[in-house]
Ligand binder design. Structure first.
Ligand code: AMP
Ligand code: MG
Length: 472
C-alpha cells in the first residue's frame, strides 16, 4: 500500500503540455501545519501523514511512491497584456488522487524549486505567502466558496531573498485541477491543435462530462465563474490578480497572492501593490471574470469546424455572464439580508444599503453580521438614513431571517492586519498565532466568544494594511 493513493492522468497527456521534473530538495524541513481532515478525504494514510517520511515528501526532498512530478505549461493575459509563455515556475504537480467523494484532485507543491518556466525567479516561496494562502484558502472553504485547499505547510531551513533574507517555506495545495484559462491559451496561441484537443477532451472528461462540445463547456465555465465571483463579492473578497492564468476552468478560487478581504466597504477597493490602475478592484471582479471567459472562448475557436459560426455562438455564451452573475449575486445578498425569495424588486433595498455603507465606510463583515442588532447603527455616518432603511428591511425580510443570515454572514474573516501579524510572528519562529487564527477563521459562522472576539475587530488606524504583495 502506498501512503498517497496516486492515480495520475495529467502526466499522460501530450508531452508538450508540461515538463517532467522532481522538486528540488531543501536543507532542513520542519512542519508548520497539516490538514488531517483533508488528508483523510484524499485517502492519505493516517499513520504516515505527519511522520518524517511525509515531511520529506511535502518539503520536496523525496518523491513519494506513485508520484509523477511535472511542472505545467500555460500562458496568460497579465493585467490585460499577453504573455505567451508562463507555467509553473515555483510549483510542481506531484500527482492526483481520487477522494472519498469520488472527485479527482491534484496535489501540488508550491515553492518547490526552479523549473523550466521559472525565468528569473528562484522557484521558492517565503513564509508569508504560504501562511496567507493556508489561512485564506481554508477560510474560504469554510465559508462555502469553491477553492483550492491547504494540505500542508513546511519550513525549509533555507532563506530566500526578496528585498531582504526571509525564511523559506513550501505549501502543498489541493485543487480539482490546475487547468487555467491560460492552459488553453498557450496551445491555441501556438496553433498546437493536437495539444488543444487533448486538453479539451481531458478537461471535459474531468470537470464537465455533460458538456459534449466546446460551446457547452464554455457555457458551463461561464456559469461557474459567475457563481464563484458572486460568492467573493458577498464576502468582500478581493483576489487581486485575476490574470487568465489565475482563473481555474473548474471554477475554484486559485492562486492566492495579494488577495485580501476588505474591512470598510468600498467598491473601488484595491490592495495589491502591483495593481496600479485598479484593474482588479473589488467592483471590477465580475467584469474581469467575464473578460477571462472571453479569452477562453477565443482559445476554443480552433476546435470548431466553422470559425464564424463559432465566434457567434461563443459570443452569445460569454454574454450570458451578466445574467448568471446577477442571479447569483441576488441569491448571495438576499441570504445576507435574510430574504428567502430575493427578486429583482429587492435591488433598490440592497443598493440603498450599500450606498449607506459606502458613505459610512462601514465594516463590510460586521455590518452584515450585526445588521439586526442595535450595534449596527455604529457602522453608519447617516444613522437616520439607516434607521429608515431598517424599517423597509423589516417589512421585507423572512420571518426566519435570523437563521438565514447566520448561515450567510461570517462573524470572522481573515482580516488583513491579523494575517500580517500572524506572518510576523511566524517569521520570528512562533506559529501559535497562525494556529489560533486558523481555528477561528475555519469556523466562521460560530457566535463570537472571548477567544473569537478579537478576530472580529477591524484594524485600528495604526493597524490598517493599505498594500499587499504578490505571493512570490
Ligand atoms: P502568479 O503570481 O502566481 O500569477 O505567478 C505568475 C508567474 O510567475 C507564474 O508562472 C509563476 O510560476 C511565476 N513565479 C512567481 N513567483 C516565482 C518564483 N519565486 N520563482 C519562479 N517563478 C515564479
Ligand atoms: Mg498564477
Amino acid at each position: 500500500m502506498t501512503a498517497i493513493p496516486f492515480d495520475n492522468s495529467f502526466a499522460r497527456l501530450p508531452a508538450q503540455m508540461f515538463s517532467a521534473l522532481p522538486p528540488t530538495p531543501v536543507k532542513d524541513p520542519g512542519w508548520i501545519a497539516r490538514n488531517d481532515a483533508l488528508a483523510a478525504e484524499l485517502g492519505i494514510e493516517d499513520a504516515w501523514f505527519g511522520g518524517d517520511d511525509s515531511l520529506a515528501v511535502f518539503a520536496g526532498n523525496t518523491t513519494a511512491e506513485g508520484s509523477t512530478p511535472v511542472a505545467q505549461l500555460y500562458a496568460a493575459h497579465q493585467f490585460g497584456h499577453w504573455n505567451p509563455q508562463l507555467g509553473d515556475g515555483r510549483a510542481i504537480l506531484l500527482g492526483e488522487v481520487i477522494g472519498t467523494d469520488g472527485i479527482r484532485r491534484d496535489i501540488q507543491l508550491k515553492g518547490s524549486g526552479r523549473t523550466p518556466y521559472s525565468r528569473s525567479g528562484d522557484g521558492r516561496s517565503w513564509l508569508g505567502p504560504v501562511l496567507r494562502e493556508y489561512l485564506i484558502s481554508e477560510a474560504m472553504h469554510a465559508m462555502g466558496v469553491p477553492t483550492t485547499r491547504a494540505l500542508a505547510a513546511v519550513t525549509t531551513g533555507e532563506e530566500v531573498f526578496r528585498e531582504t533574507a526571509l525564511p523559506g517555506a513550501v505549501f502543498t495545495r489541493v485543487a480539482q485541477s490546475h487547468i487555467r484559462v491560460g492552459t488553453f491559451q498557450v496551445h491555441a496561441s501556438r496553433q498546437d491543435k493536437d495539444a488543444l484537443q487533448a486538453l479539451f477532451d481531458y478537461t471535459v472528461a474531468r470537470h464537465y462530462p455533460e458538456a459534449t462540445d466546446p460551446n457547452a463547456f464554455l457555457r458551463a465555465v461561464v456559469g461557474n465563474q459567475a457563481q464563484l465571483i458572486a460568492k467573493w463579492m458577498g464576502l468582500g473578497f478581493i483576489h487581486g490578480v485575476m490574470n487568465t492564468d489565475n482563473c481555474s476552468v473548474a471554477g475554484e478560487t486559485i492562486d492566492y497572492g495579494p488577495c485580501a478581504f476588505m474591512d470598510a466597504y468600498d467598491p473601488a477597493k484595491v490592495f495589491s501593490s502591483i495593481d496600479q490602475t485598479g484593474r482588479y478592484a473589488y467592483g471590477n471582479q465580475p467584469g474581469i471574470a467575464a473578460w477571462n471567459c472571453a479569452q477562453l472562448a477565443t482559445s476554443l475557436i480552433p476546435l470548431m469546424p466553422d470559425q464564424d459560426a463559432a465566434i457567434e455562438a461563443f459570443t452569445q455564451s460569454v454574454n450570458t455572464f451578466p445574467d448568471h452573475y446577477d442571479a447569483a449575486w441576488l441569491a448571495v445578498v438576499g441570504a445576507k439580508l435574510g430574504i428567502s425569495d430575493p427578486s429583482a424588486n429587492d435591488r433598490p433595498l440592497i443598493k440603498d444599503l450599500l450606498e449607506l455603507m459606502t458613505a459610512g465606510g462601514s465594516d463590510f463583515t460586521n455590518t452584515f453580521a450585526n445588521l439586526a442588532s442595535p450595534k449596527a447603527q455604529d457602522q453608519f455616518a447617516d444613522r437616520d438614513g439607516f434607521a429608515r432603511w431598517q424599517t423597509r428591511w423589516a417589512d421585507r425580510r423572512a420571518t426566519e431571517f435570523a437563521a438565514i443570515m447566520a448561515r450567510a454572514n461570517p462573524q470572522v474573516i481573515p482580516r488583513n492586519h491579523q494575517v500580517e501579524a500572524v506572518i510576523q510572528a511566524g517569521v520570528a519562529g512562533d506559529f501559535a498565532p497562525f494556529h489560533n487564527m486558523l481555528s477561528v477563521v475555519t469556523d466562521p459562522f460560530a457566535p463570537l466568544d472571548d477567544a473569537r472576539e478579537p478576530y472580529a475587530a477591524p484594524p485600528t488606524d495604526q493597524e490598517i494594511v493599505t498594500r499587499t504583495f504578490c505571493g512570490t
